[in-house]
Each structure stands twice: as C-alpha cells, then as structure tokens.
Write a protein that binds this ligand. Structure first.
Ligand SMILES: *[C@@H]1O[C@H](CO)[C@@H](O)[C@H](O)[C@H]1NC(C)=O
Ligand SMILES: *[C@@H]1O[C@H](CO)[C@@H](O)[C@H](O)[C@H]1NC(C)=O
Ligand SMILES: *[C@@H]1O[C@H](CO)[C@@H](O)[C@H](O)[C@H]1NC(C)=O
Ligand SMILES: *[C@@H]1O[C@H](CO)[C@@H](O)[C@H](O)[C@H]1NC(C)=O
Ligand SMILES: *[C@@H]1O[C@H](CO)[C@@H](O)[C@H](O)[C@H]1NC(C)=O
Length: 440
C-alpha cells in the first residue's frame, strides 16, 4: 500500500473539512426552514379552521372567552391589537358568503400561505408569532373576567315626543320582554362556548349614532345597510346606493374588526338592533333569490352539489351548471346531517347568526312590520327627520314578494314530515321571536 492512499495529505483534509462544513450548514438551514414551516403551518391550519367552520363554535384558542355573570368588573385596559386570525380582506369581501364554502376558502388560503412563504424572513418571523401568541393568550385571560352586558336596558325614549309610535312601541316592549323571558328560561342551552369574535362577526357598527345592527339576510338587511351608510355620512340618500355597493363595498365596519375594548364598550353602550322574519318565509325567500335566478356563486357551488346528491338520474348538463335546483331538493340538503356543502348565512338560523340570548338586543324588529319598526328605531336613535326606511326591493324587483301565499305554494311540494323537520330545524328561531307555525 502506498502511504498516499491511507494518509490524507493536508489538501485532502482541508477539502473534507470544507465539504462536511458546507453539508452541516445546509442541513442546519434546512432544519431551520422546516421548523419554521411547522410553526406557521399551524397558524394557517387554525386560520383555515376558522374560515371553513361555518357557524359552529370555534374553540381553537384557549382560554375561550366565557360569559361571566358573576364578575362585575372591567378593570384593565385592553388596547392591544385583537387576536383574531385575520382572513384575507379580498376573501371576506369577494362573495356574499365565501367563508362558508370550504373548497374556495382553502384555495385562497393556500395561495396566501404560499405568498407568505415567499416573503418570509427567517427567525424574526417566528419570534414575532410567538410573542403575538403570548399576547393573545393574556388578552383572552383578561377578557374572561370581564362583565358581559347581560341585562336588557330600558329603551331611551327621550326623543319620542308624540304618541304616533304608541302601538309600535308597545309591540316592541312585548317582544323585548318575551325574548328576555325566553333567554332566562333557556339560559342553560343558550350559553355556548362561542368564540367572541365569531359571535359578533355579523354585527355592523355605526359610530355616529351609536348603533349596532346584526345582519339577518332576507329580513330587510340590504335596506338596513343603506340606512347605516346614510347615517354614517357615506351616502346622501338610500336611493342611490346600488346592491353591489351595499354588499361588496367596504364601507361599513363590522364589530369584529375592533379590539376587545372596542367591542366591549360598544356592546355596553350602543343601541343594538336585530331584525328577524318568519323562518319559513325567510327560507323560501332565500331559495327564490339564490336558485331561481342565474347566480354565478350559488349555482356552481351549492346547486351542483345539491343536484348531484339529491337528484337521481340527473342529466349531465344540470350536473355541470348546477342550475334548476328544486325546492324539495334544497330542503333535502338543508335537513341532511351530512350536507355535501356547508350552511349559508341566507338560510342559517338567526340564533346562530346573531346570538340573541348573549348579545341582549335592545331592539327586536320584525320583517312583518319592517317599515314601522325601522322608522320607530330611527326616531329613537335621533336620525335626521327626513331619513325614512326605504321600501324597495332591489333584486328581482319584478318578482312577487315572498308572502304567506307564495310560501304555501312552495310548501305544497313537501311532505308533512318534511315541514315538521324544517320547523324543528328552526325551532329556536320560532320560539325566541314568538313565531307561530301556520304552515304545519
Ligand atoms: C386606561 O384607560 C384610562 C382611561 O382611558 C387611562 O387614563 C389610563 O392611562 C389607561 N391605563 C393604561 C394602563 O393604559
Ligand atoms: C337618552 O338620549 C338622550 C338624547 O340622545 C340623551 O341626552 C340622554 O342622556 C339619554 N339618556 C340615557 C339614560 O342614556
Ligand atoms: C348618490 O348620488 C349623489 C349625487 O347624486 C352622488 O354624489 C353620490 O356619489 C351617490 N352615491 C352613491 C353611493 O352612488
Ligand atoms: C343548465 O342545464 C339545464 C339542463 O338540465 C338547462 O335547461 C339550463 O338551461 C342550463 N342553464 C344554464 C344557465 O346554462
Ligand atoms: C305571541 O304570539 C301570539 C300568537 O301570534 C300572540 O297572541 C301573543 O300576543 C304573542 N306574544 C307576545 C309576547 O308578543
């Protein structure tokens, strides 16, 4: 054996050290990136969970803010950024209800996570995340000791000078105490462990007149948003605000965009209103609006899935375009505990959209008496005298409004059992707002 084969010369030693060093460095860098991906990946996953979980309680953050009846203090200032995991802005606004569509949401989220991966800077990012996480936890601990505005306050009627509103007011008082009684009776079931930001995510804020309005689709919400925009000075009149400006414009703020202190103060001091509608009527109205007219979101997303699952021998074309869903098929989807697509705010229960037993609404309006209720409310909050609630229907305005007769026609297609099951589905809404069941 030649010595040169067994003993490395200094040059070879130097080279191997160099190679090992570079390999080690590469391994180290790879590991660092991997660890970080695990970390941010977790956050993405939580975001996704929030975005796709529809309206079920979201429990991923501990401790979950609980409603605490006994504690009676708001001792500390909570001014830091609130800990909501933000959903990309374009995702929120793009569609009336994109959040309830898991497929699309996931796609958008994947895209943003890729973007983030690209723009990622190494260690500082994960440090920041850790700090933010710790800050959020502290905030939630503080919030759990806060006093939730529990008791319903008397309506401030100092601006009502005459008795033109006597009847409306009496109805209002009856409704308020009815709801309160109901909530007391059922307080056991009405205290879900819901995520605070989720609970207030349907509430619109108007800071000038100190109003909170919880949006219930198909119960006059477009015109309510118009009113809020006018009150806020965003438009001179309700008549020139288009449907798209109402629903896709980023004009109105939602309560979940504020920090904890901001949410708490507003819940405690603003006039909180919700407007509801007979559940069956609301359901038929939603069906007519979304499935009986061309719709580039509801047909491909909901229509397709509904036809695929509930129409035997569906023709190819219908499976492709998702148009022509029958009311009965839609009801089969609604009542299915294994729905092929999630729920949607247009047919979701009011109890799950607005949490009436937790938020203690000061004003409970009804679609059945929409104009009186709304105009009375405008008086109460001191709106300009000339501002009246608009009574126009901005979509499919040539269609007959969904009224009792129309609903009857639709319900003819269903069996008695199916009608009973729909009633059961909206049971809480029926009870909370004292709706009777003329359709059974
Ligand atoms: C809490 O808020 C009060 C009133 O807004 C203010 O005077 C005080 O400085 C705040 N305290 C802290 C710790 O921020
Ligand atoms: C009732 O409203 C009037 C006018 O907005 C206001 O001046 C008054 O302080 C309010 N009263 C209560 C008890 O909030
Ligand atoms: C409403 O009309 C006024 C004047 O006609 C116009 O200045 C304003 O931009 C319009 N608002 C909207 C939201 O279209
Ligand atoms: C969708 O398919 C059906 C056939 O089942 C057809 O009658 C209808 O015109 C199609 N709709 C659209 C918007 O293409
Ligand atoms: C509840 O509804 C029934 C039937 O419509 C009505 O007679 C009753 O007065 C209502 N109760 C309240 C508190 O509004």
């Amino acid at each position: 054996m030649q010595p040169s084969e067994t003993v490395m010369n200094p040059k070879q030693v130097f080279l191997s050290v160099l190679i090992f060093g570079v390999a080690g460095l590469l391994l180290f860098m790879y590991l660092q990136v991997w660890i970080e991906e695990q970390h941010t990946g977790g956050v993405e996953k939580r975001r996704e969970q929030k975005a796709t979980s529809g309206w079920e309680p979201v429990n991923y953050l501990q401790p979950v803010p609980r409603i605490n009846k006994q504690t009676n203090r708001l001792s500390e200032n909570l001014t830091t950024q609130h800990p909501k995991f933000l959903i990309p802005e374009d995702l929120r606004e793009k569609n009336e209800n994109l959040l309830l569509n898991p497929e699309k949401t996931t796609k958008v989220l994947m895209k943003t996570s890729q973007d983030q991966a690209l723009s990622k800077t190494t260690r500082s990012a994960s440090n920041k995340l850790l700090e933010k996480h710790q800050r959020d936890n502290t905030l939630f601990k503080k919030f759990s000791t806060m006093n939730w505005p529990l008791d319903i306050r008397p309506l401030n009627k100092s601006l009502i000078k005459d008795d033109t509103w006597k009847k409306t007011d009496e109805a209002q008082e009856r409704r308020r105490s009815f709801l309160q009684e109901f909530c007391k009776k059922y307080s056991g079931v009405s205290r879900p462990q819901s995520h605070l930001f989720h609970m207030v995510s349907r509430i619109y804020v108007e800071d000038k007149h100190k109003i909170l309005y919880c949006e219930v689709p198909k119960a006059g919400c477009s015109n309510w948003k118009r009113i809020l925009m006018v009150l806020n000075g965003l438009a001179p009149s309700t008549y020139n605000i288009s449907h798209d400006a109402v629903h896709y414009g980023k004009y109105l703020k939602k309560l979940d965009s504020f920090d904890l202190q901001g949410i708490y103060t507003r819940l405690n001091t603003y006039t909180k209103a919700v407007f509801v509608r007979d559940p069956m009527e609301r359901l038929v109205s939603a069906f007519r609006d979304k499935f009986e007219h061309p719709n580039s979101y509801y047909h491909p997303v909901f229509g397709k899935a509904i036809i695929k699952k509930y129409r035997p021998n569906a023709c190819k074309e219908a499976l492709i375009n998702g148009s022509g869903v029958k009311f009965k098929e839609f009801i089969h989807y609604l009542l299915d505990s294994h729905r092929p697509v999630g729920m949607d705010i247009h047919w979701e229960k009011v109890s799950k959209l607005c949490y009436p037993c937790l938020i203690n609404y000061d004003f409970v309006g009804k679609f059945e008496t929409l104009e009186e209720d709304a105009n009375y409310f405008l008086q109460l909050i001191g709106a300009p005298k000339e501002l009246k609630f608009p009574n126009f229907k901005d979509r499919h305005s040539s269609d007959e409004r969904t009224n009792v007769q129309v609903v009857r026609q639709y319900l003819k297609d269903l069996t008695r059992t199916e009608r009973q099951l729909i009633y059961d589905f909206y049971y809480l809404d029926y009870l909370m707002f004292n709706y009777t069941t003329p359709f059974l």
